[in-house]
Design a binder for this molecule. Structure first.
Ligand SMILES: Nc1ncnc2c1ncn2[C@@H]1O[C@H](COP(=O)(O)OP(=O)(O)OP(=O)(O)O)[C@@H](O)[C@H]1O
Ligand SMILES: [Mg+2]
Length: 1107
């Protein structure tokens, strides 16, 4: 919900009061309580009119996000809750739109948050001013100058971990559109004594620690440095590490920032070399060495460090060594060289280190300026941001604190002057009467310090320039004389001093009552620091360096440009630059940020009321409020005032037609606000008392609530009415649509019903007509039929009559013919019986035969010998002729068929015929062999290389070559054998090797026996006593038994001219060696499969089971 809120005034939802001017009652307590209350609610900003009070929260608050920037952008100053962005926006917009140069003065003591505030202002302005690549680069460079300067110019002090040790004023330049063009940075007096010595609990400048922590090993080696802080005398050890600060990371940030700002790599490196040289200078130590003239002369203890410095900076070692031992004073063409004792040598070393560093710092500022300076010569608008070291009080305060506090005095001065002037001017501008308000003016303190004749700085310069012995004591003495009577100066030295008995004031000190408190200054070192002397030998040695940067830092070391005039003192330089700054600030429209430090512990959430009270007092904030309220507590231009309160009066609400001022007048009259409570200025209304404003605000709040209720009421009414109207309109539309739909539906129903009825009627009508037509047609048909029948009957009757008549006529004719025939036959019977009968018979037979042959000719069957068709016999008496004809025809067509055969086919048919003669109806196996052609050489031994030898052994023509099973005579088992039949021989060979096992000449074969059954067993009986018969007869089984037996028969017949005896019997005898064995074929059972099995039963019996 909080996010949804839209604020239109800082008065909305404010915590305490956002503007102290509205504080009621106004006193120190309420002021502090208001600040505390706001601080406790994270409201760190509070206004006094247009001045922003900022209380350091010491923790990051989520109030600087880009969204916040957008919130405050282009909004009026009092529109939102107090914020530094509101001030930045106001300043930027009046710069851009009203062409007024601005300056933002940020004051407060050390650690109050000035530097942070200045960065916030810069980042806000950068965020809201122009866009574009070029503009963005300028912005980036301006913003990135901060980390570089902070690294070299800030240090940890007891008051602030990131205390600015230099003053900085930055002019940001804009073009007429408000786009940034560039900037110029001025720096004020760096606290260089810190380089060589730091108070307890403080650190040297950040850059030294950052370099040693963050540099790579390689860079450290190059710079001849070691990472260990303790190696360097210039780095105090007790607080080398700062909580929450990552020096190494910051080093990277700084290097990156340098790159963005535009430092070349070699420049950045040179800068680090100078830093390294400064660090190493601190490690040079001296020892005394007695000289002949009795004086002590210093000598460098360990030259190693010196050597490294010289290598790093390109300085001749002997030159630098001499510069640490001698001092040459030149006066009026005379050169006097004196030796330095150890103390002087240390002084010279530290002076060199300080000068080297502070000059490097100035060089850096100049280098940054070179990068960020505006590139164009067009007229620029300027916004200056001043972030100077804050007012500080240390245990030991020296020249630096004196200078810093002087600067703060000047700033307070300008604040007082400008605030009062501005206020006064406004009243005059607005034609309002104004009464003077008393406030403490610190001009008197400024005068004490800067007065040209008897100011402290003038005294110091006088002392420094005076011939004779000058010490800090002589300076203090002088001060005591001149300033003793000044009411802000305190010292114990002067005889008539008011502080003779003040023990808190040591003799070597003086005390100044600054606007922000009393500060005790140790006078020691004032003269030296003001002189800021560097022995010429050293500056000359530096000028001779090979290192271009170092050389450029010491231009006075150039012997050609020796200037015997004393350079201006540090004090006078500072005074002059502060004067220039003040002048510069006075030309601009000031915007104030007054920073307040809530506690001394750098801790969040702690609000030390005493500490804050002290700051409020010396900053004169209460007076500021009073001045602001003296005349009138609140002012506002007429237009926004009328806009804000117009709802409180009927005439002005909701619109006022006339001028705004008249409207406000009417409004105030109507509200009966006492006349003394307000005044009309030229463009603004001035309200005297905050109470009046609060009353107005309360009324407004009340009225706003009423208005809100009214608006709500009207809105609700409007909403309901609109809703109702919409509903009604919708309802009408829906009803219309529904009616239309219902009517359409009804119409469709009626239409379809009408159609149905119509179609029924039409159908009925049609059917009626059809019926009538059908009836008519049927009547017509009936008539026709009847007519037809009648005609038919008539016709038939007529036909019958005619037939009767014809029959009768025919019968008469026939009878007549018969009668005639009879008469003729009776007459010719005696002639006919003798000749005609035989002739007629012959003729008739002849005709019949003729007809028979002609018919036969057309009915002849095909020429295939197996065609059994033959036409049926037409006459019984032709039976024998018909059969004879059939036989002749068959013989004739067989002959025709045979005539087509080749010799080969003839041979085959002869063989087949032979087989038929031999086995038909004798052996059951025969019919299955008829269809199989006889091939003879089933085994093609000439094609199988395995049988090469076998083939070679046979010279004759092979008639059968086939594998058969030879039945073993002993046990009836079978073995495969190659069965070969040639013209003269019968050979058996081994199936595997082809080796011939037996050879039987055909003349020795006497008989072949086989069963009548369906098996392939056969025995070959041999001639008794022949050579082949020694083992006895052969018993084989073969798949081609019929063929083999036929071929054996035919071959034997052709070779021996004797018919081979073929015995077909189911029981026959064979001769096995000496035994006669009976081979008996029995019907075997099916379980042995379809293959016949052979078994030797006993010596006399071999049984073959045929399935
Ligand atoms: N607005 C802020 N939000 C959060 N932290 C802040 C804010 N302002 C200041 N601080 C914290 O306070 C510290 C000190 O602030 P800063 O360095 O701005 O003080 P200073 O007034 O510039 O002091 P010096 O005079 O010593 O330079 C910062 O380092 C930061 O931690
Ligand atoms: Mg600072």
């Amino acid at each position: 919900m909080a996010k949804m809120e839209v604020k239109t005034s800082l008065l909305d939802n404010m915590i305490g009061v956002g503007d102290m001017v509205l504080l009621e009652p106004l006193n120190e307590e309420t002021f502090i309580n208001n600040l505390k209350k706001r601080f406790d609610h994270n409201e760190i900003y509070t206004y006094i009119g247009s001045v922003v009070i900022s209380v350091n929260p010491y923790r990051s608050l989520p109030i600087y996000s880009p969204e916040k920037v957008e919130d405050y952008r282009n909004r009026n100053f009092y529109e939102l809750s107090p914020h530094i962005f509101a001030l930045s926006d106001e300043a930027y917009r009046s710069l851009r739109d009203q062409d007024k140069d601005q300056c933002i003065l940020i004051t407060g003591e050390s650690g109050a948050g000035k530097t942070e505030a200045s960065k916030l202002v810069m980042s806000y302005v950068a965020a809201v001013c122009g866009k574009g690549a070029e503009v963005n680069q300028v912005k980036e460079q301006l913003l990135q100058s901060n980390p570089v300067l902070e690294a070299f110019g800030n240090a940890k002090t007891v008051r602030n971990d990131n205390s600015s040790r230099f003053g900085k004023y930055m002019d940001i330049e804009f073009d007429f559109k408000g786009d940034p063009l560039g900037g110029v940075i001025s720096n004020y007096l760096l606290e260089k004594s810190r380089v060589v010595k730091q108070p307890r609990g403080e650190r040297n400048f950040h850059v030294f620690y950052q370099l040693l922590s963050g540099a790579s090993e390689e860079l450290l080696n190059k710079l001849k440095l070691e990472r260990d802080f303790s190696r360097y005398n210039y780095l105090s050890l007790d607080s080398a590490k700062v909580n929450g600060v990552d020096d190494a990371a910051n080093f990277r940030t700084v290097r990156n920032a340098m790159q963005i700002v535009g430092f070349m790599d070699h420049e950045a490196e040179s800068v680090l070399e100078v830093v390294a040289a400064v660090l190493k200078l601190g490690n040079i130590e001296f020892k005394p060495e007695s000289r002949v003239n009795g004086l002590d002369e210093s000598k460098i203890k360990d030259k190693n460090e010196l050597k490294e410095i010289c290598e790093l900076t390109g300085i001749d070692q002997s030159v630098l060594e001499r510069a640490f031992s001698f001092r040459t004073v030149e006066a009026k063409q005379e050169k006097v060289s004196t030796t330095l004792n150890v103390a002087q040598a240390y002084y010279a070393r530290d002076a060199l280190a300080k000068n080297l560093y502070s000059r490097l710092f100035s060089w850096l500022v100049n280098r940054i300026n070179e990068s960020i300076k505006a590139q164009t010569k067009v007229r620029k608008k300027v916004m200056g941001v001043l972030d100077i070291y804050g007012f500080e009080i240390f245990e030991d305060n020296s020249f630096e604190q004196f200078i810093i506090n002087y600067c703060n005095e000047k700033l307070q001065q300008i604040f007082i002057e400008l605030t009062l002037k501005e206020e006064q001017e406004e009243y005059i501008r607005e034609d309002i009467e104004w009464t003077h308000i008393d406030y403490f003016n610190n001009a008197i303190i400024c005068d004490l310090i800067e007065n040209n004749t008897n100011g402290i700085l003038a005294m110091l310069d006088e002392e420094c320039l005076r011939p004779g012995t000058v010490t800090d004591e002589t300076f203090l003495e002088k001060l005591n004389q001149v300033c003793a009577t000044h009411q802000h100066f305190e010292s114990r030295m002067s005889k008539c001093s008011r502080f003779l008995n003040d023990t808190s004031l040591p003799h070597s000190c003086f005390r100044i009552q600054h606007y922000a408190g009393k500060v005790l200054y140790q006078v020691e070192g004032f003269v030296d620091k003001n002189n800021d002397l560097l022995y010429r030998d050293l500056s000359q040695a530096m000028w001779k360096a090979g290192h271009t940067l170092i050389k450029s830092l010491f231009p006075e070391g150039n012997p050609a440009k020796i200037n015997l005039k004393r350079p201006p003192t540090a004090g006078s330089q500072f005074k002059a630059s502060v004067a220039t700054l003040m002048k510069n600030l006075q030309t601009k429209n000031p915007n104030y940020i007054r920073c307040i430090k809530p506690n001394d512990k750098k801790a969040a959430h702690i609000f030390n009321e005493a500490l804050v009270c002290h700051q409020i007092r010396y900053l004169g904030l209460l007076e500021n409020v009073r001045v602001r309220r003296a005349g009138y507590a609140f002012r506002q231009a007429y237009e926004p005032c009328l806009e804000r309160y117009k709802m409180l009066c009927k005439q002005t609400w909701p619109h006022w037609k006339g001028p705004a001022r008249a409207g406000v007048e009417v409004l105030f009259n109507e509200l009966e606000i006492p006349v003394e409570e307000y005044s009309f200025g030229r463009s603004k209304i001035f309200i005297r008392n905050p109470r009046t404003l609060f009353k107005l605000e309360d009324l407004r709040k009340q009225r706003l609530e009423d208005l809100a209720t009214l608006i709500q009421k009207i809105y609700r009414g409007w909403k309901c009415r609109t809703h109702f109207l919409l509903m009604r309109k919708s309802q009408i539309v829906i009803a219309a649509w529904y009616r239309r739909y219902a009517q359409q539906k009804r119409y469709q129903q009626i239409k379809s019903s009408a159609l149905v009825i119509q179609s029924y009627i039409r159908g009925w009508k049609a059917r009626k007509i059809l019926r009538e037509l059908k009836h008519q047609k049927r009547c017509e048909e009936a008539a026709t039929t009847i007519a037809a029948y009648w005609h038919g009957t008539q016709a038939r009757r007529e036909l019958k009559r005619l037939k009767e008549e014809a029959r009768r006529k025919h019968a008469v004719a026939v009878i007549w013919a018969y009668w005639l025939g009879l008469k003729v036959r009776r007459e010719y019977r005696k002639f006919f019986r003798a000749n005609a009968g035989k002739k007629i018979y012959e003729f008739t037979i002849q005709r019949i035969m003729q007809k028979y042959f002609l018919e036969m000719k057309n009915k002849m069957p095909s020429l295939s010998p197996i065609d059994k068709n033959w036409p049926s016999r037409p006459y019984l008496f032709l039976d024998s002729t018909h059969k004879e004809l059939k036989r002749i025809f068959h013989l004739w067509r067989c002959k025709k068929y045979r005539d087509q055969f080749t010799d080969q086919q003839k041979l085959i048919y002869e063989e087949k015929l032979e087989a038929s003669e031999l086995f038909k109806d004798k052996k059951a196996l025969y019919p299955s062999s008829v269809g199989q052609p006889f091939q003879g050489a089933y085994l093609e031994i000439n094609k199988n290389p395995k049988y090469k030898k076998l083939q070679d052994a046979i010279e004759e023509k092979i008639i059968i070559a086939e594998v058969v099973n030879k039945i073993n005579r002993a046990n009836g088992k079978s073995t495969s054998r190659i069965f070969l039949l040639t013209n003269n021989n019968l050979l058996l060979a081994d199936q595997k090797s082809g080796q011939i096992k037996s050879e039987v000449p055909l003349v020795d074969v006497t008989k072949v026996s086989m069963s009548s059954q369906n098996d392939g067993f056969f025995a070959i009986h041999l001639k008794e006593g022949s050579e082949a018969a020694s083992k006895g007869d052969f018993l084989f089984s073969s798949d081609h038994l019929i063929e083999m037996a036929t071929k054996l028969y035919r071959t034997t017949l052709s070779q021996t001219k004797q018919k081979l005896n073929i015995e077909i019997s189911d029981e026959f005898l064979v001769q096995f060696r000496q035994d006669k064995v009976c081979v008996k074929f029995i019907q075997g059972n099916q379980k042995n499969g379809s293959v016949p099995t052979c078994k030797r039963k006993n010596n006399r019996l071999l049984e073959v089971a045929v399935p």
